[in-house]
Design a binder for this molecule. Structure first.
Ligand code: EPU
Length: 338
């Protein structure tokens, strides 16, 4: 277990925001978490679990002990007749795992290709894209309790998955370190093609029965076309959640803004496209300091270089105020603000 002091977190958050961790410990195994819990000083200190840093906004230096999860490994756990069960260490890069599983002949994660971040963060915010959510492919995970140092395993029914939400953002927030995640990849493989942009690819290419690798290629192309690469332009993906409203609220808004993009949800509620609303308020390309609204997707805020957390937050609040003023909808931030 390595204990480091005064570590810059700039390289460890995809927004590229400046902040320093007083103390940072790299976690390579469950035993490392136990060592931290049992440590005479670190054990008592408040802790912050850092994955790939792709969903956090750092607004200040971190007095907490930052646990940087670096647990590695990818393997097939079980070949069940109905599913491949595949496991990956929480510190593995998410996209690398998607591509590894595909190359090994375990398809099923392709719609989630190119999502930035680590495997350990994937259940925390129940990552989702192009018609699939992590919970659709989740089997179980291993974690270590930060109070006791004891390991435990959770299956999907205990994770309270919701839209960009889970028990790890709620009652277990800050209380455990996820060390490994297992995925259930159904056999036989079935493509998930319902998302409008994937349907467009079917028509454009004339490929009626794409392979999983083909779908991964499409998803990668779609993402590259409209989402900034954090390695080039710092960002945290979608900055706000798409709000859910009642059909009555939606009718009200449509009455005033007939163009609003909205999708009916299985539970009867309506999801509104936050990106569309922000765009409609004229925010695309606007900036506060070096924090800006991405020109090609208004739901994404970016770091034009040298932005600080407070600029990002000022921009975010200004957007919330303007969307509330026009639509009466309060946009909820997606990344965790530290
Ligand atoms: N739109 C605009 N203007 C904009 C942005 C969007 O008019 O500036 C419209 C689009 O034309 C489209 C609709 O809004 O009709 C929705 O846009 P898009 O398909 O890009 O998806 P999104 O709702 O903005 C969500 C997820 C993304 C995910 C995509 C694809 C959330 C918060 N975001 O974005 O997830 O990749 O769908 O499934 O649910 C993330 O969570 O970080 C993320 C990138």
């Amino acid at each position: 277990m390595q204990i480091e002091s005064g570590v810059s977190l700039k390289p460890y958050n995809s927004f590229g925001l400046p902040a320093t961790a007083n103390t940072l410990v790299r976690i390579g195994s469950d035993a490392d978490v136990r060592r931290v819990v049992d440590h005479p000083v670190l054990g008592l200190a408040p802790k912050f679990v850092l994955g790939g840093g792709s969903n956090i906004i750092l607004t200040r230096d971190m007095p907490q002990v930052v646990l940087k999860v670096e647990v590695v490994g990818m393997r097939l756990v079980e070949a069940r007749p109905d599913a491949w069960i595949v496991e990956a260490g929480a510190g593995e890069n998410w996209h690398a795992v998607v591509m590894w599983a595909l190359a090994q002949g375990f398809p099923g994660l392709e719609n989630l290709a190119l999502i930035p971040g680590t495997v350990g963060a994937s259940p925390v915010q129940n990552i989702g894209a192009y018609g699939m959510e992590l919970q659709d492919r989740f089997e179980s995970l291993d974690a270590v309790d930060l109070r006791t140092g004891l390991g435990f395993t959770l299956t999907a029914d205990r994770c309270a998955f919701g839209y960009r939400d889970s028990v790890f953002k709620q009652s277990l927030a800050g209380l455990c370190v996820i060390t490994r995640v297992r995925f259930k990849l159904p056999r036989p493989w079935q493509p998930v093609l319902g998302y409008l942009e994937l349907e467009r690819k079917l028509v454009e290419t004339g490929i009626a029965h794409p392979s999983a690798a083909q779908i991964a290629d499409w998803v990668i192309a779609i993402r590259r076309a409209k989402l900034p690469d954090p390695a080039v332009l710092g960002n945290a993906g979608s900055f706000f959640k798409n709000p859910l409203v009642t059909p009555e609220q939606c009718r009200d808004i449509i009455g005033r803004d007939p163009e609003i993009v909205h999708y009916p949800m299985p539970d009867g509620s309506i999801k509104l496209a936050a990106g569309w609303m922000i765009d409609a308020c004229g925010w695309k390309g606007k900036a506060i300091g070096e924090a800006a609204v991405f020109e090609r997707q208004a739901l994404v805020l970016v770091n034009r270089g040298g932005a600080i957390g407070s600029e990002v937050m000022t921009l975010a609040r200004a957007i919330q105020t303007s969307v509330y003023g026009r639509f009466g909808i309060r946009l909820e931030m997606e990344p965790v603000v530290v």
